[in-house]
Write a protein that binds this ligand. Structure first.
Ligand SMILES: NC(=O)c1ccc[n+]([C@@H]2O[C@H](COP(=O)([O-])OP(=O)(O)OC[C@H]3O[C@@H](n4cnc5c(N)ncnc54)[C@H](O)[C@@H]3O)[C@@H](O)[C@H]2O)c1
Length: 322
């Protein structure tokens, strides 16, 4: 099969491209290298079935010429990461909204199956535990820049569902919870690579807020396998799926765990949200997925695999380049 991965030089996209090639697919990538890196896909470039296009997904003629060639599309390109979103809200909104609009338009002309990568952030400030796909989305005020990412991704979901309902475009929407693994960069605010870098370099490990906020971290390979299975399954069309681990850890305990696993002498320091981000910054205390829908869909292919957090962190630390 021929497959397009937008954002294929990014963290998740590069793992997806690698897996798709390993199971015999021909892989096309469009990536403008804004947050992604050639280093992420260097090892794939000698494969004759790998085709890289360094360009933006809003280049309509390039996008439609590649959509012509492929059978399915994974749309992962986006502006991602709390720090990037806070610093560049215009870029975030425009990339996420116009980019997805361009992808949906191009794929709908040919009626090709497309996966839209969304995020657990769309649940916003909801305090419900765990989050289910049809729960209400509770986005914060538009004066707080951090919500622009969630809002732009929620709009992507609405647009994708509209294409499914009005034009019968086969779409699948996946809400990733915190995904971690080798090649993820801490540059744009991702907590695990940031903590590992601080721990390995002996600098203070900086926990934002009181550290009692908790998250579930998922190994990237599990995410990649899940989205490939969803795209192979006809029943996934027109549906939204949470994808994430259900193993919860507080950010404070994550810092302690990383300090211990790296045998680091770094001290753990707490930085108020206002100092780390912006005045009035809001964060969710807990963010746990209900994955019963995903597990049901994947039951024929062995369900959603569970790599423990310790095992995943050890693997990332082993592969980490300072
Ligand atoms: N990593 C996570 O924990 C997480 C959680 C929830 C959702 N997601 C979603 O998963 C997807 C992939 O995220 P990631 O963590 O791999 O981020 P990433 O930043 O590593 O990857 C995004 C890629 O998109 C590319 N890109 C950005 N704008 C582009 C444009 N206009 N044209 C072409 N390419 C462009 C970047 O260069 C980068 O390679 C995103 O849609 C993100 O919203 C990720």
């Amino acid at each position: 099969m021929n497959v397009l991965v937008t954002g294929g030089c990014g963290f998740i996209g590069s793992h997806l491209a690698e897996k798709l090639l390993s199971i015999g697919h021909e892989v096309y990538i469009i990536d403008d290298l804004s947050t992604g890196s050639i280093n992420n896909i260097k090892h794939l470039q000698t494969n004759p079935k790998f085709h890289l296009n360094k360009d933006t997904i809003t280049n309509d003629s390039l996008l439609s010429s590649i959509v012509d060639k492929v059978d399915i599309i994974y749309h992962l390109a986006a502006a991602v990461g709390v720090q990037l979103v806070m610093k560049s809200p215009i870029r975030t909104i425009e990339t996420n909204v116009h980019g997805t609009e361009a992808v949906l338009k191009a794929t709908s002309k040919q009626n090709k199956k497309v996966l839209i990568a969304s995020t657990s952030e769309v649940y916003g400030k909801s305090e419900k535990v765990p989050y289910k796909e049809d729960d209400n989305l509770l986005i914060g005020a538009s004066t707080l820049g951090r919500w622009s990412y969630a809002c732009s991704k929620a709009l992507d979901e609405f647009l994708a569902m509209a294409y499914w309902k009005e034009k019968k475009l086969p779409v699948v929407i996946t809400r990733f919870f915190n995904t971690i693994g080798p090649r993820q960069t801490g540059q744009y605010g991702m907590v695990v690579p940031r903590f590992i870098k601080q721990a390995l370099s002996g600098k203070p490990i900086t926990v934002y807020g009181d550290g009692k906020q908790a998250r579930c971290f998922t190994y990237v390979e599990n995410v990649v396998n899940a989205i490939i299975s969803l795209m192979e399954n006809k029943e996934s069309i027109g549906q939204v799926f949470n994808i994430g681990s259900t193993e919860e850890i507080s950010i404070e305990n994550l810092a302690k765990k990383i300090k211990q696993l790296t045998s680091s002498s770094s001290e753990i320091v707490y930085i108020p949200y206002e100092q780390a981000h912006e005045h009035g910054f809001e964060d969710m205390r807990r963010r746990i997925p209900d994955i019963s829908k995903l597990s049901g869909m994947l039951s024929k292919t062995g369900g959603f695999p569970k790599h423990g957090l310790d095992e995943t962190l050890k693997l990332i630390i082993k592969n980490f380049k300072l």
